[in-house]
Design a protein around this ligand. Structure first.
Ligand code: AMP
Length: 182
C-alpha cells in the first residue's frame, strides 16, 4: 500500500488501503503493522472512515473507542451519529474506581478499564470501534468489560480486519463489520 494509487472517486476501502502505511516487522519480527496515521491525517481518509463506520454503527446510542487509535474513530463517529463516546482505556490510565478486564497477549497479559463511577452504560446499545482487528483478544476483552457493566454490545466496527488471524471467530457471535479485509 502507498499514497500513489488514489484516484478521483475511489471507494472508502480503496482510499483507506491506498493511504495506509504498512510496516514490516513492527513491533516485533513477523508482524505487518498497519499504520492508519496517514488515513486519519487526510481529510478524504478521515471522512471515508467516519462515514463508513457511522453507517455500520447506526442504531448505537453509545460508541466505545479502544485505546488509542479507536479514540480518533470513536469521537468522529459519535459526533456524526449524535451519540456520546466512551474511551476504553488500557490498564493503569484511569483514576479509581475502575472496572478491569484482563486478557492474554502473546507474551503476558494486558488489561482494559472503564470508570466504575460517573458513567452508566447499563442497558445502552454500544458499538465498539477500533482501527485494526487482528487476533480479536482486545475486542473480546472490551466486549466482556462492557457486558459486565450492563451494556448491550450490538456490534463491532473496524477499519482493517486481518482475516487470517481469526479475530472474528474469537468474538463470535458478536457481529463484526470491517471496511477493508486483508
Ligand atoms: P488483537 O487483540 O490481536 O485483535 O489486536 C488488536 C489491537 O492491536 C488493535 O487495537 C490494533 O490497534 C492493534 N494491532 C494488532 N495487530 C496490528 C497490526 N498488524 N497493525 C496495526 N495494529 C495492530
Amino acid at each position: 500500500m502507498g499514497p500513489g494509487a488514489v484516484n478521483d472517486s475511489p471507494s472508502a476501502a480503496d482510499l483507506i488501503a491506498a493511504l495506509a502505511r504498512q510496516v514490516a516487522d513492527f513491533p516485533s519480527p513477523g508482524i505487518q503493522f498497519k499504520d492508519l496515521t496517514p488515513v486519519f491525517a487526510d481529510p478524504r481518509g478521515l471522512a471515508a472512515v467516519t462515514d463508513a463506520i457511522a453507517e455500520l454503527a447506526s442504531g448505537a446510542d453509545l460508541i466505545a473507542g479502544l485505546d488509542a487509535r479507536g479514540f480518533l474513530i470513536g469521537g468522529a463517529v459519535a459526533a456524526r451519529l449524535n451519540t456520546g463516546v466512551l474511551a476504553i482505556r488500557k490498564g493503569g490510565k484511569l483514576p479509581p474506581p475502575v472496572r478491569t478486564e484482563h486478557y492474554q497477549l502473546e507474551y503476558g497479559t494486558a488489561s482494559l478499564e472503564l470508570p466504575a463511577d460517573g458513567i452508566n452504560v447499563d442497558g445502552r446499545n454500544v458499538v465498539v470501534v477500533d482501527d485494526v482487528l487482528a487476533t480479536g483478544g482486545t475486542l473480546a476483552a472490551a466486549h466482556r468489560l462492557l457486558e459486565h457493566a450492563g451494556a448491550r454490545v450490538t456490534a463491532a466496527a473496524v477499519v482493517i480486519e486481518l482475516a487470517g488471524l481469526g479475530g472474528r471467530d474469537l468474538v463470535a457471535p458478536l457481529p463484526v463489520h470491517s471496511i477493508v479485509v486483508l
